[in-house]
Design a protein around this ligand. Structure first.
Ligand SMILES: Cc1cc2nc3c(=O)[nH]c(=O)nc-3n(C[C@H](O)[C@H](O)[C@H](O)COP(=O)(O)O)c2cc1C
Length: 366
């Protein structure tokens, strides 16, 4: 499988370093951002989910209608949509976009966040429900006959689906770093999403996911593809990139102190294991491996993907290739200055990584 690039969808010009208070969707910005990703050869854009945020399906449909190639990854929490409804909504968008839909499942990493939309299950139950949910969606996409379901979380009779995905099914992604995430994602997902950790810890996580896939009886040829997420801080030289990294950190710290950060000042560590792992590793030092930078993790209380890669296009490209060598073949990169960073990555990082991979394939000198 080729190495592919993922970005994150932004519906307006607000960024973590220059936040706009209570921003609404800016349709022109959304279209421009989506077309930029498409033009520069990103393969996917994740449309995230949050209890207080916009609707990913509508945003995803808008992106699909103004782009040609990029695939839209819809983030979906099972508690928010009955599974048969989700199966049809995803397949509808998949038909509208000629097969450009992926679904990224979020079991829910925070009890308080889940409670905001009426979900009071324990984390273990949320993952058990996710397992049932994925099985129902696959059956709904693929079954030629009406079917009944008698599960723990869902029961229905004679569901018959006439909205089929363009290519027969839809790619399923699962994200997380807990034992339950490894088990459900390893056994059922086509893609497994991780946040950027040092090479050693990333390798350990990949091994855990592959072990769960093997335990579920999946052959080595059918393991989840690994997605790793970074927040590159890119400049012409390493020196300029480090100066930019410190300016970025200052802005994140000031904004959080003013109450404009994603996490309030003095917030306790997040409940999800992925964020806790990032905060633990941050205690070991600022830089890991080539250029993986952790102060942005601490400054934001690890709310979401927050590890930076800092450096010139060469350093960032070499760092990404380190992860490709570990087995990651979906690389998510988004910065802190969203649109400008997407353009910079499209001009300087994607071609460099792709060129290096091509040279490796053809055996010519890198
Ligand atoms: C690549 C990636 C993307 C994610 N996107 C979202 C998202 O859009 N919304 C959300 O609430 N959580 C998102 N998450 C968070 C996890 O899925 C979440 O923390 C999970 O429910 C449980 O975490 P845990 O198993 O690590 O404890 C994402 C995680 C990863 C790795």
């Amino acid at each position: 499988m080729p190495t592919e690039f993922i970005s994150l969808t932004f519906p307006n010009a607000s960024t973590e370093i220059n936040p706009i208070p209570n921003p609404s969707i800016d349709p022109d910005y959304l279209v421009r951002y989506a077309r930029t990703l498409d033009d520069y050869g990103f393969n996917y854009t994740l449309v995230p989910y949050d209890s207080s945020y916009f609707d990913p399906f509508t945003i995803g449909a808008t992106i699909a209608s103004v782009t040609k190639n990029i695939k839209v990854i819809i983030a979906l929490r099972p508690n928010t949509l009955y599974p048969t409804v989700a199966a049809k909504a995803l397949a509808t968008l998949d038909q509208l976009s000629s097969g450009r839909v992926v679904v990224h499942f979020i079991a829910g990493g925070s009890d308080a966040e889940q409670a905001k939309e009426g979900d009071f299950l324990t984390k273990e139950q949320r993952y058990a429900r996710l397992e049932e949910y994925i099985r129902i969606l696959r059956r709904a996409w693929e079954s030629a006959e009406p079917f009944d379901w008698e599960g723990t979380y869902y029961q229905f009779k004679q569901f018959s689906n006439k909205v089929r995905p363009t290519n027969g099914t839809i790619t399923v992604s699962v994200g997380g770093s807990s034992d339950e995430a490894y088990r459900i994602g390893g056994s059922l997902a086509d893609i497994f999403g991780l946040w950027g950790e040092p090479l050693k810890e990333t390798k350990e996580q990949i091994d855990r996911i592959y072990a769960e896939a093997a335990r579920a009886g999946r052959p080595g040829t059918d393991r989840p593809r690994i997605w790793v997420t970074f927040r590159p801080i890119l400049a012409e030289t390493d020196e300029l990139a480090w100066a930019k990294a410190h300016r970025t950190l200052d802005a994140l710290t000031e904004n959080r102190a003013k109450g404009q950060g994603k996490a309030p000042a003095g917030a306790p560590p997040p409940q999800n294991v992925g964020s806790q792992r990032l905060l633990d590793i941050a205690k070991r030092g600022e830089v890991q491996d080539r250029a993986l930078w952790y102060p942005t993790v601490t400054a934001t209380n690890a709310r979401g993907a927050s590890t930076a890669l800092v450096g010139s296009p060469q350093t960032i490209s070499d760092s990404i290739l380190d992860y490709v060598d570990l087995g990651a073949d979906l690389i998510s990169i988004r910065g802190y200055d969203n649109l400008n960073d997407a353009i910079d990555y499209g001009r300087y990082v994607l071609p460099k990584v792709r060129q290096a991979l091509k040279e490796r394939e053809t055996g010519s000198a890198a």
